[in-house]
Design a binder for this molecule. Sequence first.
Ligand code: TYM
Length: 344
Amino acid sequence: MGVTMSSTTVSKSRIFSGIQPTGNLHLGNYLGAIRNWVALQDEFESIYCVVDLHAITVPQDPMQLRQSTREVTASLIAAGISTERSILFNQSRVLQHAQLAWTFNCVARLGWLNRMTQFKEKAGKNRENATVGLYSYPTLMAADILAYKATHVPVGEDQKQHLELTRDIAQAFNSAYDVDFFPLPEPQIFGSATRVMSLRNGSSKMSKSDNSEYSRINLTDDKDVITQKIRKAKTDPEPLPSSPEGLKGRAEAQNLVGIYAALADVTVESVLQEYGGRGFGNFKPALAELAVAKLSPIGEKMRLLLESPEDIDHILDEGAARAEAIAAPIVEKVNDIVGFLGHK
Ligand code: TYM
């Protein structure tokens, strides 16, 4: 359990997680991460960050980046993040992230970063042309988490390797400077949709960067668009099985059943008890109805919030001040440990 921060109490458990302000948030972000953020904020001291520094590891239009930062913030609030119970801010406002990332760049080893699969995927064939920022992306992510000495990090499965690297960096720092300073943060990957797949291809991840709009459901999609995307989702001709073993080798069916289970907050077993033996002609309308019921209120609330962008900016101002109050003394102490003169 987390303990409320005050000047005299120290948090035992602290959540940190982040999301990139690049394009629309989709069902994978929601089921893999945001829904869990919302659930955890009552139990833990929670810090949630819109990671604009990470966004510029690939080219961004400045106007668009500002707008996406507001939109993602609005989506998080619309999805249930409370700006009273949690701290919500954009990364570039708290300078300690970039500062600690530099120190971590001098702790992490090339060999560790060379193993990062996300870099390989994102850099693609033209690796020589990828930015240095994209390559060192995970050291900034480690800094995000450890600038707050966060102990728990709710993420989707695709971030697991970055979390392992964060633990390695924390451990390497502690051992290089012979201190017991950083905790080793635990990834929290839970729910029945920790890896939501594309609606067009059950073996590739649902992602903002997929060229096909039909591959993902965005939190901003309206009723008709959600229904149409689910109707067009790729499936196979077989009816649904009656137990989870029957989903093996049927990636698309497995994905849709997993999405249903996560949205309805029930197990995959119970979805199959109900729909086993029925075809997709029967299952897809039920899934569409459920998705519309769960997602369209979020989209509506988000649009309403975006009508007052100055309120969103104000929320981010306050969040940044609260975040900095936690990160500044921690990073100051790091600077002192490292031997930078004038820090304590
Ligand atoms: P990002 O912006 O790609 O995604 C935000 C969150 O959504 C999860 N996610 C998914 N979960 C299930 N199925 C999917 N198809 C899917 N797609 C995305 C991600 O796992 C993530 O939890 N590097 C991070 C942002 C970050 C961060 C951090 C996270 C920066 N600093 C510190 C945690 C802690 C990223 O690019 O997430």
